[in-house]
Design a protein around this ligand. Structure first.
Ligand code: C6P
Length: 431
């Protein structure tokens, strides 16, 4: 992959061989300097939320220090600067995911809200009794519960694509067994946050579109980690969160195909989303503002723009290449541990930078607690994937997830910490 990526000689984040200069990147993340329980922090919980570079932190502070004002209303200088910076982030997001226009980008709070927006607006007016919505058993609750509620309200039916022994989608019988003349929506995750599987969403979306079925991709775990282009994927909706891609919390994105957004009803209503209000009723503002009622999260949206700049400077192909190398190394080391069960496909090209595993002798929560004592932060539990965990026959897993600032040395620290946790646990249990 590296050979195809041009090296930018003036880019300090790229090494001469075209890979990420991780040591340089790490200097931008103040939190990586801190210690946890007296040890250097090894942050491997990036699927939950990523850390923030100084460029993002500074952009946030700079807004409040220099040009804090409400947007789209004031004609004063501060209001104009704030509006421009906010709308500039919309344009950056559009370019980042290959959207045809900034008008296709709606700012919300997070992935969860983006999916709910579609369920409440498009879903309410297009799903009726007997209609079918196709999901997978691997969906995060955020791409499952809104559809369960909608189906219940409308008398629609949910169909779930199952999984195979490697926790890939079981596509035997696809598409005929799932996509029928009653199917109205295909809503699927791009990368599983539970086990790291990358799904063949482009091919699945193409089958759905051929049948006139609307498609939604939950990109919470793909947009931060690999090149994602909505025109290439061909999806109607894409949802993702800024906080998982170096940006602040409280900002999410819904990309929507313009024709659909234009005909959709608003989600929340009130100020900012109208063009005219009388005592009798109101007319809506144009897309995307029709979907952004009230004062939005101005500062965080602007700081998200700095996160997009940062990732763009790294190059998403390099981000993906770095995570593949780390994941591959971590898998090779983890596989040497006795009795470990690692979930997800063997083929590294079908995996994101997420490794979910279980050690039969230690409950994942106990492992997580012991690793924390070594400064290693992982996530344990069901990862908002209860149906998937049930399918795997476990209450939860331990999960390490990587990002641009993680190193091979940190993988070694993880393995060493697991070794010591196992030894300690054996000792404790023997007593
Ligand atoms: N997954 C994790 O630790 P929000 O919380 O709205 O920003 O993102 C929700 C969400 C939706 N889809 C997928 C695939 C996700 O991974 C997440 C968030 C976190 O795995 C928190 S549960």
């Amino acid at each position: 992959m590296r050979d195809s990526i041009p090296t930018h000689l003036n880019n300090p984040y790229i090494l001469p061989d075209g890979s990420l200069n991780v040591e340089r990147i790490r200097q931008d993340f103040p939190i990586l300097q801190r210690k946890v329980h007296g040890r250097p922090l090894v942050y491997l919980d990036n699927a939950a939320t990523s850390q923030k570079p100084v460029q993002v932190i500074d952009a946030l502070a700079d807004f409040y220090r220099r040009y804090n004002a409400n947007i789209h209303r004031a004609i004063h200088c501060l209001g104009e600067e704030a509006t421009n910076a906010y709308e500039e982030t919309r344009a950056k997001v559009a370019r980042f995911i290959g959207a045809p226009s900034p008008d296709c980008i709606i700012f919300v709070r997070n992935t969860t809200e983006a999916i709910n927006l579609v369920a409440y607006t498009w879903g309410r007016s297009h799903i009726g009794p007997g209609d079918e919505i196709v999901l997978t058993e691997m969906e995060h609750h955020s791409n499952m519960v809104p559809w369960q509620r909608l189906a219940q309200e409308k008398g629609a039916r949910l169909r779930y694509i199952g999984i195979n022994h490697e926790q890939c989608l079981d596509l035997d019988g696809w598409p005929h067994a799932y996509l029928t003349e009653r199917t109205k929506l295909l809503a699927i995750g791009h990368v599983s946050n539970g086990v790291g599987t990358i799904h063949p969403v482009k091919e699945m979306v193409a089958e759905a579109r051929r049948r006139g079925i609307v498609t939604l991709i939950d990109g919470a775990q793909s947009v931060p980690h690999m090149p994602v282009n909505v025109q290439d994927l061909g999806c109607d909706f894409l949802a993702f969160s800024a906080h998982k891609m170096l940006g602040p919390t409280g900002v999410g994105v819904l990309y929507g195909r313009l024709e659909l957004l234009v005909e959709m009803e608003p989600f929340l209503s009130g100020g900012e989303m109208i063009s005219r209000v009388t005592l009798e009723g109101a007319q809506w503002a144009h897309v995307p503002w029709k979907f952004e009622a009230g004062t939005p999260n101005i500062a965080d949206v602007i700081a998200f723009g700095a996160a997009i700049d940062y990732l763009s400077q790294l190059g998403m192909e390099r981000v993906r290449a770095h995570e593949m190398e780390l994941t591959s190394y971590a898998l090779s080391r983890l596989r040497q541990l006795e009795e470990i069960v690692i979930y997800g496909p063997q083929d590294i090209s079908q995996r994101g930078g997420v490794i979910s595993f279980n050690l039969p002798s230690i409950h994942p929560h106990d492992l997580g607690t012991l690793l924390d004592r070594f400064g290693v932060a992982i996530r344990t539990g069901h990862h908002c994937n209860q149906p998937l965990m049930r399918r795997l026959g476990v209450a939860g897993t331990a999960r390490a997830s990587f990002y641009v600032y993680n190193t091979f040395q940190e993988v070694d620290t993880l393995i060493e910490a697991i070794d010591r946790a196992q030894a300690r646990f054996r000792g404790d249990n023997a007593r």
